[in-house]
Design a protein around this ligand. Structure first.
Ligand code: FMN
Ligand code: SF4
Ligand code: SF4
Length: 433
């Protein structure tokens, strides 16, 4: 089988699957069981300053978005960093690292934004034998109001400053965990690089309100009649995370910066997508919270089998494979023409494609009196909406017209590659270039 061992900026682990900093990594009991189940590494639940630990709410701390089959699509939380004393966490981390020397143990840290606070705590945590640090600049609730978490992660100058303090205070790798609650992820990523960070990890949770109780008129989760925004994670945030990972991976300034991909990883396929878009390993939280620690076994075997099939000998062979294929819209080939095709053998005649195209796209699907559905090539703009609303997977496919064929809609021959920057309608062509 392919070699799944991982070397993430010098931190070695038997596979690229780490548990993200969160309840699954909150204590020794959990982490031991996670390692027994096969996880390659963990990022311990975020540590704070010594002294009285933070206090969590004592009401519900999770909201959720469910699919029609009640599958958990997203989890929303208002939990803070660890609410257990620093000394207890450090003792447990020491024991765990001693007993599992081959697994990666990363300490996630969040302390007030002063040089003294960061430089004092890192050497103390390093005594546990941990393999590196992850700076939590991501939590969007609770800690941000105190000037920590995403309050730091949203200001590139602060990221750079704290990363620099931390690099000066430790010889261990420093990973900066980024918040997605920004307009452009490149500012924070470049700041982490300037500050000397060895890597970035992303994403932390997305600011969100998942639902409102329509009797009490309070956001959920509701604490004594009030709610607040929380952090969204799970399968629903994967597209946001994938885009941000790809942006960093293809940005010339940050292209060499190792990335730990986080956000909705539930299967080996999700992990492979993160790797292909530029991550070197992945971190997982919601999937473990939903299905338990053993989900990693499916991830390991699935990724290994896929890599064997593709002939990838190591994780680094797969990493970044899709990065060259991520481009800006203006460079997409406008002469690439496709048409929807409906398989009459697979069609169950539900009519979804018809009404979607008729009401909201290009009136390109015909319905016969006996409810046969066929695509009118002369109207189809190839938007793909019918493919996505069809309940039968693979029933509608997009057929590519070969070079030289005539597009029945435009009457034009399919020509060579041409993009928006060369199109005569683009009055902004110069600035686009
Ligand atoms: C209940 C809960 C608590 C979390 N606590 C932390 C934390 O203490 N530190 C941190 O860096 N991230 C924390 N996270 C964020 C996760 O580490 C991760 O970035 C996020 O959940 C996205 O991954 P996922 O989609 O696999 O869950 C927490 C997430 C959840 C659900
Ligand atoms: S691809 Fe778009 S335009 Fe073409 S048939 Fe489907 S929905 Fe209609
Ligand atoms: S949505 Fe799919 S199954 Fe339903 S009518 Fe259209 S092609 Fe057939």
């Amino acid at each position: 089988m392919a070699d799944l061992t991982s070397d993430f900026c010098g931190i070695k682990s038997p596979n690229p699957f780490w548990l993200a900093s969160a309840p699954p990594t909150d204590k020794e009991y959990n982490v031991r069981r996670a390692f027994e189940a096969g996880w390659g590494g963990v990022v311990w639940k975020t540590l704070g300053e010594a002294g009285p630990p933070v206090v969590n709410v004592n009401g519900p701390r999770y909201g959720a978005v469910h699919g029609a089959d009640r599958r958990l699509l997203a989890l929303n939380n208002i939990e803070l960093i660890t609410d257990r004393p620093l000394e207890v966490n450090l003792e447990e981390m020491t024991r765990v690292k001693r007993d599992y020397p081959d697994r990666a143990l990363i300490a996630s840290v969040m302390v007030p934004c002063t040089e003294e606070a960061w430089t004092e705590i890192l050497p103390r945590i390093a005594e546990t034998g941990c393999d590196g640090f992850e700076l939590n600049f991501g939590c969007p609730h609770g800690m941000a109001e105190r000037g920590m978490g995403s309050a730091v992660g949203q200001v590139p100058e602060y990221i750079e400053m704290v990363a620099r303090w931390c690099k000066a205070a430790t010889g261990l790798p420093v990973i900066v965990k980024l918040t997605p609650n920004v307009t452009n992820i490149l500012g924070p990523a470049e700041a982490a690089l300037r500050g000397g960070a060895d890597a970035v990890s992303l994403i932390n949770t997305v600011n969100s309100i998942t639902s409102v109780d329509l009797d009490s008129f309070a956001p959920q989760p509701t604490i004594d009649g009030k709610g607040t925004h929380g952090g969204l994670c799970g399968p629903a945030v994967k597209p946001i995370a994938l885009n941000m990972v790809a942006e960093i991976a293809r940005n010339p300034a940050t292209a060499g910066l190792p990335i730990s991909g986080i956000g909705g990883v539930t299967t080996w396929r999700d992990a492979a997508e993160f790797l292909a878009l530029g991550a070197s390993n992945v971190q997982v939280c919601t999937a473990a919270m939903t299905y338990g620690f053993k989900v990693v076994q499916e991830m390991i075997s699935g990724l290994g089998q896929y890599m064997d099939e593709k002939g990838f000998a190591s994780v680094s062979d797969l990493s970044r494979k899709a990065v060259p294929n991520v481009t800006d819209w203006q460079y997409l080939n406008l002469n690439h023409v496709t048409k929807a095709v409906i398989s009459q053998d697979d069609c169950i005649k539900c009519g979804r494609c018809y009404i979607a195209c008729e009401d909201t796209s290009h009136q390109a699907i015909a319905m016969s009196p006996d409810r046969s559905f066929t695509v009118k090539d002369e109207d189809c703009v190839a938007c793909n909406l019918c493919v996505n609303v069809c309940p039968v997977e693979g029933c509608i496919t997009m057929k590519t017209l070969p070079h030289g064929a005539v597009d029945a809609r435009t009457g034009r021959e399919v020509g060579d590659y041409a993009n928006w920057t060369t199109h005569p309608n683009n009055v902004m062509a110069c600035s686009a270039e």
